[in-house]
Design a protein around this ligand. Structure first.
Ligand code: MLT
Length: 325
């Protein structure tokens, strides 16, 4: 009996390992846990094409929006760990969510097999183009004086846009601000362009073309230096709010338990996609920053996830904002 069990176990292992060696033999799905057209979607679609080339199979993007990215993340955490279902997560789904959702159904640090960081993106404070403030100081003064007249757009509590505006609103002492939640900052940006909402804090990846075309106003980039993609926009320090410094990132994760051979192929494909000239050009135009060699690997990504959970959780818990308010 014991021998039979050992043999059966060996057979299962051998079958798993053979499947991993033949990987991939069908299309791979990358879940984007937000609506199409936003920064997570843009990033996933930019890397999907060169990853398809590297893997010899189509890498397809599927938008599974809801609950600030937590619906798609929960689905992928529970998917078969075979390398065919991945998620493009970010600083919201895989770090901020911990401090904002006491009922989170996954643990960003342990429910996934990290693959690697795809990019980093500066955060920019932007407003509709006719907002009555010419710079950040005037913007802050206006919101403080007219809280009822102003609506902030975000992609749900726990998203990057919500999290980075919780930090901005606290730094700028804006008090309680009206907010409108969207299924992603793609649709939120459309409403900002249309003037239905007044401002948001978002990743530059989503904003650079509209800032440069004058479709929206940019008050500050929350980085140490200006971005070459939007050279006229001051840093938060130049604009008078030096304490507001935050950057987001997107990263690829597989379900926990994905075989090491599969993980190695995905790490290699992501690295090749990031070294692709078209990827580099698109990221540069959008102000997206390429990850370091270390951050492109599972351990490097895990370190970023843990670092940001540790950095964000105390502040977000202290903000009093939770899912549902
Ligand atoms: C966010 O705010 O978390 C993202 O911008 C959502 C998105 O990619 O649409």
């Amino acid at each position: 009996m014991k021998i039979m069990s050992a043999a059966a176990a060996a057979l299962v292992l051998a079958a798993g390992s053979a499947a991993a060696q033949g990987y991939p033999n069908k299309p791979i799905t990358v879940v984007v846990p937000f609506a199409a057209g936003g920064p997570t979607d843009i990033t996933a679609r930019i890397v999907a094409e060169p990853m398809s080339k590297a893997l010899g199979q189509n890498v397809l993007v599927e938008n599974v929006a809801g609950a600030a990215g937590q619906t798609g993340s929960t689905r992928v955490a529970g998917a078969a760990p075979d390398g065919y279902t991945l998620i493009m997560g970010h600083m919201g789904t895989h770090a901020a969510s911990v401090g904002l959702n006491p009922n989170l159904k996954y643990d960003p640090a342990t429910s996934f097999q990290p693959i690697g960081l795809a990019n980093a993106s500066p955060i920019v404070v932007v407003a509709r183009k006719d907002f009555p403030a010419k710079d950040l100081k005037e913007f802050i003064a206006y919101v403080q004086k007219n809280p009822d007249k102003v609506t902030q757009a975000h992609a749900g509590v726990g998203s990057v846009s919500s999290t980075t505006c919780i930090l901005f609103n606290a730094q700028a002492k804006l008090g309680k601000v009206n907010a409108a939640a969207y299924r992603g900052t793609g649709p939120a940006l459309n409403d900002l362009l249309g003037g239905q909402v007044d401002f948001m804090c978002d990743q530059l990846t989503n904003l650079a073309p509209q800032i440069n075309a004058g479709g929206i106003k940019a008050y500050a980039v929350a980085s140490a230096a200006r971005s070459p993609a939007i050279p006229d926009v001051p840093t938060s320090t130049e604009a008078g709010l030096p304490g507001y410094r935050i950057e987001s990132w997107n990263a690829l994760f597989a379900p926990k338990g994905t075989p090491p051979e599969v993980v190695a192929k995905l790490v290699d494909a992501l690295d090749k996609a990031l070294n692709d000239e078209t990827t580099k050009k698109r990221f540069a135009e959008l102000g997206s920053l390429l990850p370091t060699a270390e951050e492109r690997k599972p351990d490097g990504l895990l370190a970023v996830v843990k670092r940001d959970i540790d950095m964000l959780t105390p502040t977000l818990k202290a903000s009093g904002v939770t899912i549902g308010n």
